[in-house]
Design a protein around this ligand. Structure first.
Ligand code: NAD
Length: 413
């Protein structure tokens, strides 16, 4: 099952568990607004190229749509719709006053010069400007977009509107209204919910052996935070190299090496494995933080972790979910575990609207409160409703919140 099918599968499972009627199911499965655009960009060689772009607002029942913009050759309307739907669920898991949104441009950024990238970013925002605003739809970075791209986009939007509207986009540089704590937010949020889950499930985090698969923004910060908080990080991996050391890895040294050389290849301690082999090593907590579908029906039976905290999006396929459930592996699902990023994006938006900015410590404290409350709600729901797993409980809680708002507004009966 691919990523899109998996998203629909999980939502359908919640719809069935909650026994929702057909009209309500349709209101949940079909995005409210989808915009497809074609825009022209002059390239460095003088040629004018046409680009396809998309922006989908899954729902605005709770507030503005919120979700990233990705630049990738595989972007199409179906993918953007599935991702927008998942964003609604993720925002509702945390209780943010947002619906889900997503956008994208079908483009390979590796083929663009810096100035072409800027013109694509500005061109896309001009094309979708009629349907976004601080109160309607608030984009953010996603695959192959970053704070620099967000800065061009917010600048272009402000030129169109003839007023600075920093709250229309999050993930901006600090100089123009970005939030403190955003870079590590996904990893830190993931740590908070994993710690909460360990407390309930009887795992001593201070004695826990942790493996982190993926050593980029999320995985690098996650390995550092788990180590700082007293866990023993015994495995890390980037796309080419995995390091396994039961005595514990020096994460600071590994981060420095990765920053300097771009790889983990020349790390000298421990044992070298393939990234795939590392997933199957014995540990207490496995943190997939690389790509989707790294744990499938092929390797799920070999996983020896007691707990999996999904910091990547969709790292465990639905087929693998079933195998892991039978093995009683505790799985903290992505829509909860990696929601720290969108939560700090929400804080950025709030700060932009207030024109008053919080410190990194204040951000972390607020993040901790929301993440821990979300975990607690999901745990209680799972116990009270006899729900078989955390993923279903998270989808069901979020779906309930969406449906309640839709009912209150008279959108469904
Ligand atoms: P990134 O590009 O910074 O890092 C990805 C890491 O994965 C790199 O270290 C890369 O070497 C490694 N990797 C790639 N292929 C691999 C493989 N086959 N085996 C092992 N490692 C491999 O990306 P990121 O921002 O850290 O995102 C990682 C995951 O987290 C993605 O699934 C992303 O969608 C998800 N996520 C990110 C954020 C965020 O705030 N950045 C928020 C929510 C979810």
């Amino acid at each position: 099952m691919g990523f899109r099918e998996a998203a629909e599968y999980h939502l359908n499972r919640a719809i069935k568990f909650l026994n929702l009627n057909e009209d309500t199911a349709m209101a949940l499965l079909e995005p409210r607004k989808s915009l497809e655009v074609t825009f022209s960009v002059r390239m460095d060689d003088g040629r004018v190229r046409q680009f396809k772009g998309y922006r989908v607002q899954h729902t605005d029942v709770l507030g503005p749509a919120k979700g990233g913009i990705r630049f990738h050759p595989n972007v199409d309307m179906d993918e953007v719709k599935a991702l927008a739907t998942l964003m609604s669920i993720k925002c509702c898991v945390i209780g943010l006053p947002y619906g889900g949104g997503k956008g994208g441009v079908t483009v390979n950024t590796k083929e663009l010069s810096e100035s072409e990238l800027e013109r694509v970013s500005r061109g896309f925002i001009r094309a979708i400007a009629p349907i976004i605003s601080t109160d309607k739809d608030v984009p953010a970075p996603d695959m192959y977009t970053n704070s620099k791209v967000m800065a061009w986009m917010v600048d272009e939007y402000s030129v169109i509107k003839q007023v600075n509207e920093f709250g229309v986009i999050t993930g901006k540089p600090l100089s123009i209204g970005g939030s403190a704590g955003r870079n590590a937010a996904t990893a830190r949020g993931g740590f908070f919910v994993t710690r909460a889950a360990c407390q309930k499930e009887g795992i001593d985090l201070k004695k826990a052996k942790v493996i982190v698969h993926g050593f980029g923004n999320v995985g690098g910060h996650a390995a550092r935070i788990f180590a700082e908080e007293g866990s023993k990080v015994i495995g890390i991996a980037d796309s080419k190299t995995a390091i396994y050391d039961p005595n514990g890895i020096d994460i600071k040294a590994a981060l420095e090496l990765k920053a300097k050389t771009g790889s983990l290849k020349s790390y000298t301690q421990g044992q070298k494995l393939t990234p795939q082999e590392l997933l199957e090593c014995e540990c207490d907590i496995l943190v997939p933080a690389s790509l989707e579908a790294v744990i499938t029906e092929e390797n799920a039976a070999q996983i020896k972790a007691k707990m999996i905290a999904e910091l990547a999006n969709g790292p465990v396929t639905p087929e693998a979910d079933e195998i892991l459930n039978q093995k009683k592996v505790i799985l903290v699902p992505d829509i909860l575990a990696n929601a720290g990023g969108v939560t700090v994006s929400y804080f950025e938006w709030v700060q932009n609207r207030m024109g008053y900015y919080w410190t990194a410590e204040e951000i972390d404290e607020k993040l901790e409160k929301l993440m821990c409350k979300a975990y607690e709600d999901i745990y209680n729901f799972k116990q009270e409703k006899n729900c078989p797993d955390y993923r279903l409980a998270a989808f069901a809680i979020a779906t309930n919140r969406l449906v309640q708002a839709m009912k209150d507004r008279g959108w469904v009966s």
